[in-house]
Design a protein around this ligand. Structure first.
Ligand SMILES: Nc1ncnc2c1ncn2[C@@H]1O[C@H](COP(=O)(O)OP(=O)(O)O)[C@@H](O)[C@H]1O
Ligand SMILES: [Mg+2]
Length: 221
């Protein structure tokens, strides 16, 4: 089977508020899926549920055909580390470390491997950041910060990349280059799920869904 993520009849409520309502979605290997929708509609909530960062109220989640509902928190954390790379809305970089160190740090904790640095340099070079390896976050522009967090997310070649509004606040040419980097991850078999308000980015995804009233609607594009 080629399905990396299967959400089956997912619902999410906060108190009386229903954010996601009996929603189902399949993410196939090596494809890019964009999710658009109004602010406050539950897109970030949906992404964090997919990435096992948040529980559902009801429904089933299969990651690579494994029902994660049956797993305890520690086992879920293991799946999260094995399958997911995250690009959050805020870059969450460590200010005292260089760009290169920021890319390497999360992976270094679990995989002390000499090839890691070469791979990190390779990714940053690929993202046209080779002249900024030793810059600290406060010395980098927003677009550069976004590329550092993207390199960090891609370092271990995750099967799934989850990105929350990755081109937000970038001017069009930077947005295009960050989108290029994101979508290229498909070439190595990574599935990419992108939350976006950026029509140009959504248009480049393989599938687009609109999240509205807690439900996903396929958008023809
Ligand atoms: N931890 C929480 N507790 C209660 N309500 C929340 C929580 N997180 C998000 N919400 C609410 O859920 C709704 C969807 O939020 P979010 O997923 O961030 O939407 P989006 O990313 O589409 O803007 C919002 O109305 C938000 O206020
Ligand atoms: Mg959001």
């Amino acid at each position: 089977m080629n399905n990396l993520i299967e959400l089956q009849n997912i619902s999410k409520r906060y108190g009386e508020d229903t954010i996601l309502s009996n929603l189902s979605l399949t993410v196939k290997k090596g494809t890019a899926l964009a999710i658009v929708g109004d602010s406050g509609g539950g897109k970030t909530t949906l992404l964090s549920i997919m990435g096992l960062l948040q529980n559902t109220t009801s429904g089933r989640i299969l990651i690579d055909n494994l029902d994660v509902g049956a797993l305890n928190q520690q086992e879920q954390a293991k799946i999260r580390g094995k399958y997911f790379g995250f690009v959050f809305q805020r870059a969450r970089l460590i200010n005292s470390l260089t760009a290169l160190e920021n890319v390497m740090v999360p992976a270094w904790l679990t995989l002390k491997d000499k090839t890691l640095e070469n791979r990190a340099i390779g990714l940053l070079t690929h993202f046209n950041m080779e002249h900024r390896l030793n810059h600290k976050p406060q010395q980098l522009s927003l677009g550069q910060l976004r590329r550092v967090s993207l390199a960090r997310a891609l370092l271990l070649n995750p099967p799934i990349l989850l990105a929350d509004e990755p081109t937000n606040d970038l001017d069009p040419s930077l947005a295009t280059s960050v989108a290029d980097c994101l979508l290229q991850a498909r070439n190595t078999g990574t599935s990419v799920v992108i939350i976006t308000h950026d029509p140009a980015l959504a248009a480049r995804a393989d599938e687009v869904f609109n999240l509205q009233n807690g439900q996903l609607y396929r958008v023809a594009h």
